[in-house]
Design a protein around this ligand. Structure first.
Ligand SMILES: C[S@@+](CC[C@H](N)C(=O)[O-])C[C@H]1O[C@@H](n2cnc3c(N)ncnc32)[C@H](O)[C@@H]1O
Length: 322
């Protein structure tokens, strides 16, 4: 399935770099790019159809914005973990989604020319003048005319078929001294006591998502390999930091409880986004069986006697040189 992608026909950054500092004029995009596909009552991107399984409708966009809030809470308002320079000049956000990270980054780092790319059209009403969005497939050959100081890819688990190639393309398109940073939750639940024994639907759901995403060719739980693959691509000082995040508001209080409250809300939406498409389209489960599994997992998600947490990975490395 992954091999089904068409040849690249993406616009290069030089097309928009010549624009007069405003956002990409979406009226110039071909109508085929702006088309959507609908199935299971959800909306999907039509550009490079089938390359990415998840929906891109309002519900999914709300979920991504909620995740952005969770990430910023975890990072105490920062937008990165890599020790990037104070005044980056050129920054790329891979698979930018709603563009919320890129907008915040462009707003915070006015010195930077920020580019966000995605398969799905992004049409916010206003963006900072130093930000551009591009409809592009980051798995195709990159054709950027100028290198970046920082390349960021968040929540791309399930959206990359060949990590070695992605990291090599990032390496080639960074300036010496520039950083690549990948951030993502691993699809898995953990507990430090025996309470997961009471979450059979959740644990089964996670292993089925892993199986389906592996079968589709875009794994959702291979973050432990990322650091090794970055090193293999040539990066120096590769660092992997793992943060435990409560999946429901079971902690006693404080930031942990707040995180759990937000995570529970995004997980409710996430189950609905990921499970039907992966189990029905990839593993060929029937719709009724999927509904039973999801109902069980959602009930367990609301049970705060189950002390489930997830692991969030921050993996970054530096291109050698100054
Ligand atoms: C889960 S969302 C994450 C969005 C964003 N990075 C964030 O953290 O808010 C994954 C995004 O990757 C995009 N995507 C998936 N495959 C892609 C590809 N091959 N090229 C460009 N974007 C892609 C999807 O359209 C989707 O918007």
């Amino acid at each position: 399935m992954v091999g089904d992608l068409e040849d690249s026909s993406s616009a290069s950054d030089s097309d928009w770099a010549s624009a007069d500092g405003g956002s990409l004029d979406v009226t110039t995009l071909s109508s085929s790019v702006l088309n959507y596909e609908y199935k299971n009552g959800r909306r999907y991107h039509a550009y490079r159809s089938g390359a990415y399984l998840m929906p891109n409708d309002d519900e999914e966009q709300d979920r991504m914005d909620l995740l952005h809030h969770i990430y910023t809470l975890i990072l105490d308002g920062e937008l990165h973990m890599a020790p990037i320079m104070s005044y980056p000049q050129r920054v790329l956000d891979l698979g930018t989604g709603t563009g919320i990270w890129a907008m915040d980054f462009a707003d915070q780092y006015r010195s930077a020319e920020v580019l966000g790319n995605d398969l799905s059209p992004i049409q916010p009403s206003w963006i900072p003048p130093n930000l551009q969005f591009e409809i592009d497939d980051y798995e195709a050959d990159w054709v950027y005319s100028r290198p970046f100081d920082y390349i960021h890819g968040r929540e791309l688990a399930g959206a990359v078929g060949d990590f070695d190639r992605l990291f090599q393309q990032a390496f080639r398109n960074l300036k010496p001294g520039g950083y690549l940073e990948m951030q993502s939750f691993r699809v898995e639940v953990y507990a430090d006591d025996d309470s997961l024994d009471r979450a059979p639907y959740t644990t089964k759901m996670c292993s089925l998502i892993q199986e389906a995403s592996d079968q589709f060719g875009k794994p959702m739980a291979n973050m432990d390999e990322w650091a090794g693959r970055m090193t293999k691509a040539g990066f120096d000082g590769v660092t992997c930091k793992i943060v435990k995040v409560p999946i429901s508001p079971w902690p006693r209080g404080g930031k942990e409880k707040e995180l759990g409250k937000y995570f529970q809300a995004q997980q409710m939406q996430g189950i609905q986004s990921y499970v039907p498409i992966l189990l029905q389209s990839v593993l060929k489960w029937g719709a009724d069986e999927v509904q039973v599994l999801m109902a069980g997992a959602k009930k367990e998600l609301m049970d705060t006697t189950i002390h489930q947490y997830g692991k969030l990975y921050f993996v970054y490395g530096r291109k050698p040189g100054k």
